[in-house]
Design a protein around this ligand. Structure first.
Ligand code: HPA
Length: 276
């Protein structure tokens, strides 16, 4: 659980470490989910800092995730990208999972694009679809804001009625149309994982209104909102969720679909950076 003085000191230390390494002011943060790692290749004037070199940062362990904070320029705009995120299922606390978002907040970013791989629950989705997240349901059983509130970082009881910024979603839809991408829109349910859901859990999630299911994103989005950042969320449907199709789920399928869609996904995020 957070201790205010300790947490604020840690954040200040990371900020001064990063300010020494990087002399640009990024406007936008991007969390690169599974299969979007190639986005980092587009970043110009790149400064990549491995998580293990950043004071107080947790270190990423999952296969297919590189652990770097990448600063630089995309489409003429300064950004900072997380190449690899921290998942709750890896054993990190909610505070560790969301620490990089706090760092982005104290660096003065005004917005965040969050991406992930997700299972499709909505029967009109197909593996490979990109989905703009319009809302979420937190079934992780925890909230990253539980514990002492640091009032300098945000309110005790933050409003999440527009957790995924409406104006940004509208901009995303119109830029998608411009570049010939047709995203769906949907509600993301977050589970803690790491086991995939059971078919009964997926029927339950469908009944309560979820279109997608995944194991990330919600903690980061809660923190970004509390910290006053605008958020855009995009899922890549890498597989249909358990029990939707008469077949088993595999991490290999998730990675294969993510790879198949990567070029399109990168093109979309690149266009988003231009307009957001
Ligand atoms: N469930 C949970 N998380 C996921 C899935 C899924 O089916 N696919 C990719 N991430």
């Amino acid at each position: 659980m957070i201790k205010e003085a300790e947490y604020s000191t840690k954040l200040a230390e990371v900020r001064s470490y990063l300010n020494e390494k990087v002399n640009i002011q990024p406007e936008l943060g991007i969390i690169l989910g599974s299969g979007l790692g190639g986005f980092a290749d587009l970043i110009e004037e790149k400064i990549a800092i491995p998580y293990r070199e950043i004071p107080h940062f947790p270190v990423s362990t999952v296969e297919g995730h590189k652990g770097e904070l990448v600063f630089g320029k995309v489409m003429g705009k300064y950004i900072v990208a997380m190449q690899g995120r921290f998942h709750y299922y890896e054993g990190y606390s909610m505070q560790e999972v969301t620490f990089p978002i706090r760092v982005m907040q104290v660096l003065g970013l005004n917005g965040l694009i969050v991406t992930n791989a997700a299972g499709g629950i909505n029967a009109s989705y197909r593996p490979g679809d990109l989905v703009l997240i319009k809302d979420h349901i937190n079934f992780m059983g925890e909230n990253p804001l539980r514990g002492e509130n640091i009032s300098s970082l945000g309110p005790r009881f933050p409003d999440l009625s527009e957790g995924y910024d409406l104006e940004w979603r509208q901009k995303a839809l119109s830029v998608a149309q411009e570049i010939g991408i047709h995203p769906q829109e949907g509600i993301y349910a977050a589970m803690s994982g790491p086991s995939y859901e059971t078919p009964a859990e997926i029927r339950f999630l469908r009944t309560v209104g979820a279109d997608l299911v995944g194991m990330s994103t919600v903690p980061e989005v809660i923190i970004a909102n509390q910290g006053g950042m605008r958020v855009l969320g995009i899922s890549c449907v890498t597989n249909m969720a358990a029990g939707i199709l008469p077949q088993r789920l595999s991490h290999a399928e998730v990675m294969e679909t993510a790879e198949r869609i990567e070029k399109q996904f990168i093109r979309f995020v690149q266009a988003l950076v231009r307009v957001l």
